[in-house]
Design a protein around this ligand. Structure first.
Ligand code: C2E
Ligand code: MG
Ligand code: MG
Ligand code: MG
Length: 292
């Protein structure tokens, strides 16, 4: 009996594993054509100043809608893209589209910055900084308007190399955000050595269950204080309730993002929200230069 049960379990595991492999290879093949088949688009999630809730920026988030597979989540297809070497192509497209949108917002007087997520693989590609500089130049976007988000996972790899890459990137004038901080990969000590500008507190730290609010507050408090002491801007991710917003605000955090302020939406949906914050007499944004 036990033997039979064990065998069944192995078979079930094998079947599950086969399905995962099949899904992986389907996604890989389909992802290869996703750009040319126009299945990808960017949505933008507002970043707001706290406590005013004035939108100051937006994070570009990639969406893939496949005619047969439906909506595939980035948490599923980004790892596939990374493993199959497609991430370079995908990342270039994201960077280009995000800068194009940023240029449009700046041209219409919106005082915003845009952030783009970066895979560790992209960061380590030859002359990534050069690619970024070229896209900024193409759209005439002031570099400080672009934020590149590096995940904590990247920190787990070679630190010296990572620092070299970030220094190089930053020399183009863009700002760097450390994404998902507190999710459990980097150590506090490493943070001191990283050339970053913005610390994004992972939503897991912020989004403690309401009933355990008492444990979220001190953690958020410490991380916000740490970030500020290191001279960084601190942004809390995944704010979904006013109780969470309160915790974050009381900790002194001045930037927030999360469903309470809005999910990622197509750029044109965000425009109304951005427009409401335009103050008369604010400095007009630079016009994008037209290049052949
Ligand atoms: P991330 O950069 O940490 O992005 C935040 C994720 O949290 C987004 O999920 C966003 O929709 C979600 N989120 C926002 N507000 C809330 C909230 O209040 N509550 C909760 N529970 N979640 C919230 P999304 O869009 O599915 O992206 C997941 C991850 O995929 C991103 O995490 C990022 O690491 C990666 N990703 C997305 N777009 C790109 C891209 O263009 N390039 C790369 N390399 N990675 C990307
Ligand atoms: Mg991010
Ligand atoms: Mg994050
Ligand atoms: Mg994440």
């Amino acid at each position: 009996y036990a033997k039979q049960r064990g065998k069944n379990r192995v078979e079930r595991y094998q079947k599950h594993y086969d399905e995962l492999l099949r899904r992986h290879s389907v996604l890989e093949n389909e992802l290869r054509h996703a750009i040319e088949r126009r299945q990808l688009r960017l949505v933008f999630q507002p970043v707001v100043a706290l406590p005013s809730v004035r939108p100051v920026g937006a994070e570009a988030l990639l969406r893939w809608h496949h005619p047969d597979l439906g909506a595939v989540r980035p948490d599923e297809f980004i790892p596939v893209a990374e493993e199959s070497g497609l991430i370079g192509m995908l990342g270039s497209w994201v960077l280009d589209q995000a800068c194009a949108q940023l240029a449009r917002w700046l041209a219409t007087g919106h005082d915003v910055w845009v952030s783009v997520n970066l895979s560790p693989k992209e960061l380590h590609a030859a002359d990534y900084a050069g690619q970024v500089a070229a896209v900024l130049e193409k759209y005439g976007v002031p570099p400080q308007r672009l934020v590149l988000e590096v995940t904590e996972h990247a920190v787990a790899t070679d630190m010296d190399e990572l620092i070299r890459r970030l220094v190089e990137l930053r020399s183009t004038g863009v700002r760097i955000a450390l994404d998902d901080f507190g999710a459990g990969y980097s150590s506090l000590g490493q943070l001191r050595n990283l050339p970053v500008d913005i610390l994004k507190i992972d939503h897991a730290l912020v989004a403690e269950p309401e009933s355990r609010t008492g444990t979220a507050a001190p953690l958020v408090d410490v991380v916000v204080r740490l970030g500020h002491r290191l001279g960084l801007e601190v942004l809390a991710e995944g704010i979904g309730t006013s109780a969470q917003r309160e915790i974050v605000e009381e900790a002194g955090c001045r930037l927030g993002q999360g469903s309470l302020f809005g999910w990622g939406v197509p750029a044109e949906h965000l425009e109304a929200q951005l427009r409401t914050v335009r103050t008369p007499g604010s400095r007009p944004a630079p016009q994008p230069r037209n290049r052949p």
